[in-house]
Design a protein around this ligand. Structure first.
Ligand code: PMP
Length: 313
């Protein structure tokens, strides 16, 4: 090819890259949504006002990330989704494999490299009564979008937390291990954090022990040992939490489950939160008091660094 023919081609390539970048940044693309078995344009992706997911929060969901086009720990997420459905007696019309494939199909259809997946299964359409038996068929939709939960510098400097006045409910009130559409408990706590200018809210359980944060699991580090509350304290079985267990095992860091209270957090050397959206992020203060030296600690740094490579493997 002649030299002067290469230049316009290169400019065209550059132009295309810029358009794609701008479109993704501002969400200009018409997203393809998977809805009840079909990929449809965003404008056609609607659910009924009689869906019990809308009327009562009767449904379950997953938040999943993909990196370099590959979904991170997809099977683990779908196992949790099916566990939540089993608990609520929601009979998914799609099999485990079909849900996995639909998730991958939605990622591929949107042509993004990195992003966040929201997979929702609702009880389906019924009447205005609570009885789920009047909803003959659950509905499922999958959305893919860009996400940046916290600014990049927060991963360097850590975020602040407050202790919420809202407690995580006991399993006999609302089971914290079920990832249901009923998030008002966490939302109420998040509103307290926002009102006080904090990044997250620490949530205690009915016994006053640490459960987790509004949408993240919590870990502390003391004398080089990483600790997190057991799920029985009212935490969701986080997929990122599990990834941290794996990372600690690989790096030779002792990681244990331990019942803890506010004292343990305030007297810890380090604290960090984990979640699909937040990934691994240091929490450097609680209720205006520094945790450790008040900066992101070295153990957190090692775990975060490994997490960032792990998700792209
Ligand atoms: N706890 C709660 C209440 C959550 O909603 C989430 C997910 N955002 C987590 C913990 C973290 O779970 P995962 O690592 O699977 O995202």
């Amino acid at each position: 090819m002649k030299k002067n023919a290469i230049q316009p081609l290169f400019l065209l390539y550059l132009w295309r890259k810029v358009v794609i970048m701008v479109a993704f940044t501002f969400n200009f693309f018409i997203m393809k949504i998977w809805l009840d078995g079909k990929l449809v344009d965003q404008s056609e992706a609607t659910v009924s006002v009689f869906d019990h997911g809308v009327l009562y929060g009767d449904g379950v969901f997953e938040g999943i990330r993909f990196y370099s086009g590959k979904v991170f720990r997809l099977e683990e997420h779908i196992v949790r989704l099916f566990d939540s459905m089993r608990y609520l007696d929601i009979h998914c019309p799609w099999s485990f494999e079909e849900v996995c494939n639909a998730t991958k199909e939605t990622v591929a259809a949107n042509g993004m490299e990195d992003g966040y997946i929201r997979l929702v299964v609702t009880r389906g359409t019924g009447d205005l009564g609570l009885n789920p038996r009047n909803c003959p068929k659950p509905s499922m939709f999958i959305i893919v979008q860009n996400i940046a939960l916290y600014p990049a510098e927060m991963y360097e400097n850590g975020l602040s937390m407050i202790t919420s006045t809202f407690r995580r409910p006991n399993p006999d009130i609302l089971c914290p291990q079920v990832k249901s559409l009923n998030y008002l408990n966490g939302i109420s706590a998040k509103m307290e954090a926002v009102a006080q200018g904090a990044g997250e809210a620490l949530m205690l359980n009915q016994r006053g022990n640490v459960a987790e944060c509004t949408g993240d699991n919590i870990f502390i580090v003391r004398n080089g040992v990483v600790m997190t509350p057991p799920l029985t304290e009212g935490a969701l079985g986080g997929i990122t939490r599990h990834a941290v267990f794996d990372i600690c095992a690989e790096l030779g860091i002792t990681c244990i489950e331990k019942v803890m209270n506010r004292f343990d957090v305030l007297s810890a050397d380090e604290c960090f939160l984990t979640g699909t959206a937040a990934e691994v992020i240091a929490a450097t203060s609680l209720d205006g008091r520094k945790i450790g030296s008040g900066v992101a600690g070295p153990v957190t740094g090692r775990i975060l660094a490994r997490f960032r490579t792990l998700v792209r493997e």
